[in-house]
Design a protein around this ligand. Sequence first.
Ligand code: IVH
Length: 690
Amino acid sequence: MKRPTPVEALSEAEAAAELATLADEIARADRAYYERDAPVMSDAEYDALRRRNTAIELRFPSLVRPDSPNRRVGAAPAGGFAKLRHGAPMLSLGNVFSAEEFAEWVARARRFLGIQESGFRFVGEPKIDGLSINLTYEHGQFVRGATRGDGLEGEDVTANLRTLATLPRRLKGHAPARIEIRGEVFMTKADFLALNAAQEAAGERLFANPRNAAAGSLRQLDPRITERRPLGLFAYAMGETSERVARTHWEYLERLEAWGFSVNPLSRPLADEAAAAAFQAEMAAQRAGLAYDIDGVVYKIDDLVLQDRLGYVGREPRWATAWKFPAERATTVLEDIVIQVGRTGALTPVARLTPVNVGGVLVTRATLHNEDEIARKDVRIGDTVILQRAGDVIPQILGMIPERRPPHSKPYRFPDHCPACGSLAVRPPGEAVRRCTGGLICPAQAEERLIHFASRPAFDIEGLGEKTIREFMQAGLLHGPADIFALPNHEAEIAAREGWGPLSARNLTRAIEARRRIPLARFIYALGIRRIGEANARLLARHYGSFANWRAQMQQALQIGSEARSDLADIVGIGPAIAQELADFFAEPRNVATLDRLAGLLTIEDAVPEAGGAAPLAGKVVVFTGTLTTMTRPEAKATAERLGAKVTDSVSRRTDLVIAGAEAGSKARRAAELGIRILTEQEWRELAGI
Ligand code: IVH
């Protein structure tokens, strides 16, 4: 690792060049973090870049760039959501890392106000690293909500926020004519791990940490996905308001609770700096045991009049700061790099480590993500590596210690063949992941597919977990999913196996027999087709209704350009890329053979449309086009779907209804050509009864 030149030693030209690079790197990291919810560096690396940038700017104020990271907050809203302007800007917080730095922050505030004596009271609140949101209430009614975005305008996630159980639709008691309430949407550590396990089982992308999982869940174009994600919400700040609602921040938190919000129960009023320092120690001690991750404590000066007077400097309030915990780090030896082969053939490098305690958690393994990541960090077997658990539950390998590298070590060579079946492993251009091409002959993939097939959200066969599946595959009792339903014929043989007995073998038989009837959505999910997770399986089941219809349509959809293919790609949430995955699955004759064997052994239940047949739009195919003025597109879609409609993106002969908002263009024209019924927004609201 190259050591950077100390800031004091930089020449002006070097400083200018470095500021340009830092602006680029930080902007890239911001985009990855805020727009794609897929960070490209650890929080610690990011903080280090920002600190370096600030330090250089402080020494060379004349070199501060117009695109300086300190002049921006977050990133501009990504496409897909309407933008909403915040009544008052949403800013971020300065950091302190020690009691000394905290005391300096207090002293600065005092100097700013011209106060000699201390005398500040504070409120301490655990700092959850989630996603900050701005909720607007008018006359007590929740009217809209937005993400922070670039601090001035964020994304309109109103429809998604309405799915949160802890978001009050109406404030209880007296409420101002208009108020912006701010808070944090977050996910607990346990929910994050469970979500990632489900994503992994579905072959869908994994979230790096609870923050990204919360952000990814809230920023869904389909609110029904948000609804299924376990998101929490704590309220903690105020934006624009039409009337004064409290004299102190603590009083404001009490108001929030009275209105029906959850306020973090660990929040506490603090009489002075010493109380703040004690609270910091208390929170640090509690941290590991909390259900959610916190990376520090936010301290706010309690008196709201003082807050107003203190105001802001740049993008940070003078009246609040975040006292961050030191990142938890440890060093240990990387003993080996093992390649795991996933259900869809993805090769994932996993570091096996000499067990080490990092912030109260025993760590033995860490993911190395992919081959580029290993090359970038140049970690090798035998290296002493630096591990960090910052905001993240999963530890990261930050890098290695060059001085401790054993002699003669060689750079790690990522295998280009599958370690399980020896097939070529290829990496498509533009993708980070290398995949085994062994498909159905790869035993590792077969094993993972079977584990998925029997898992809780799929066939849910009790007693047929990972260990048993591996054991039965070794013993030749299981090769593919259809063999599971032949296991009852081998009950005696299973009962005789070591660790088994008549009772456990009988129970397994019963568990298998109980699953001979299966809802279509579960069946589709169980097949383990790449990118067909539970949500997509449900979409398919609802769209096609029966197994026979689905199978027939998928066969026809093999043909690119066929009506069946565009019908499939038109399902909201599916799209052309997932349609291609399905086509790839059905193009493999052995997959279809397995499917048909299973169908012969099982009763696959037809999907029941979510809204009953009596729903006004039951079974209708609806397209929204143009700009709607009374609700967002996601909300309109959700409403239509609640009423039993299928909402698609493009107009075709199968479309029943087009709702044309302002400036509706080609879709409305095409609908008119095809003689499809077109409604105005108002007519649509009447039809929907809203
Ligand atoms: S107050 C102007 N209070 O931290 C003050 N922020 O680094 C605005 N955060 O964007 C924020 N817990 O996402 C505040 N109790 C808390 C917080 C909190 C977490 C997050 C929030 C904000 C970020 C600033």
